[in-house]
Design a protein around this ligand. Structure first.
Ligand SMILES: Nc1nc2c(c(=O)[nH]1)N[C@H]1C(S)=C(S)[C@@H](COP(=O)(O)O)O[C@H]1N2
Ligand SMILES: [Mo]
Length: 236
């Protein structure tokens, strides 16, 4: 608790004082200042949240009988339009600061160590489900391909045009997986086939589905909802 408060105080000292100086929210010549201020606060908030993030704190896990039935899914487009990707020809592309950028087939991904979890997915639209996912721990995968773990971000691009990104500490969190299965079966297209990120320490929109490309970078990648004002860190 004390550690957290210390961190918060330090983050406030670092972040809050500087950007406020010289910022006149009432200036009629700059009507978008309030908006800029909100974005600024959101960025500051990201830094505070990142500072408070404890890489060892686990998201809650649940019993099999607590799994939500029927499961629920969500997408930013009409869900009757879900893309079907051929698992036989699928390849996960790698980009950015990664030593071995050879693309990965689904068979190769399935041959890596797998880890299961029964966790809760929380959508900002006001629903939450408990589901069971399994897949390759992202920390394992990043080490395996020789990713530069000192980089700040891991970014994802999806088949449907969706995109998102997470901070490296969250990427290395033990519950963050490249999920290949849902409820003990290979993912279906609506639930993110062939590969989706499952990161129970973050909100639903930070769990990109149908991932086509994974990149490691120091350049802030943003995200589909994040770029429309949703808080980027969105996690605990
Ligand atoms: N490719 C892709 N991934 C996505 C989305 C999307 O529209 N496209 N929606 C996000 C949102 S807003 C949520 S809440 C979760 C929902 O995950 P689920 O469909 O498994 O419930 O997926 C996230 N990942
Ligand atoms: Mo969502």
């Amino acid at each position: 608790m004390t550690k957290r408060r210390d961190l918060l105080m330090r983050a406030m000292a670092l972040g809050l004082a500087t950007p406020l100086a010289g910022c006149d929210l009432e200036d009629p010549d700059h009507p978008d200042l309030a908006d800029k201020f909100l974005h600024m606060m959101s960025a500051w908030n990201d830094r505070v949240q990142a500072a408070l993030f404890d890489p060892h704190t686990l998201a809650p896990t649940f019993r099999p009988d607590q799994i939500t039935q029927p499961p629920r899914f969500n997408a930013f487009y009409d869900i009757s339009q879900v893309l079907v990707i051929d698992p036989a020809t699928y390849k996960l592309e790698l980009g950015g600061q990664i030593a071995d950028k050879t693309p990965w087939t689904l068979t190769q991904l399935n041959a890596l160590p797998q880890q299961g979890q029964i966790t809760r997915l929380v959508c900002v639209e006001g629903w939450r489900v408990i589901g069971q996912w399994a897949g390759v721990p992202l920390a394992y995968f990043l080490r395996r391909v020789g990713a530069d773990l000192t980089c700040r971000y891991v970014a994802f691009r999806c088949a449907d045009g969706y995109y998102s990104s997470i901070d490296m500490a969250s990427a290395l969190h033990p519950q963050t997986i490249l999920a290949l299965q849902f409820l003990g079966q290979p993912l279906t297209p609506a639930f993110g086939a062939p590969v989706r990120l499952r990161i129970p320490t973050k909100l639903g929109f930070k769990n990109p589905k149908q991932i086509m490309q994974l990149a490691v970078t120091n350049i802030y990648p943003g995200g589909y909802w994040e770029d429309q004002g949703y808080n980027w860190f969105s996690g605990s």
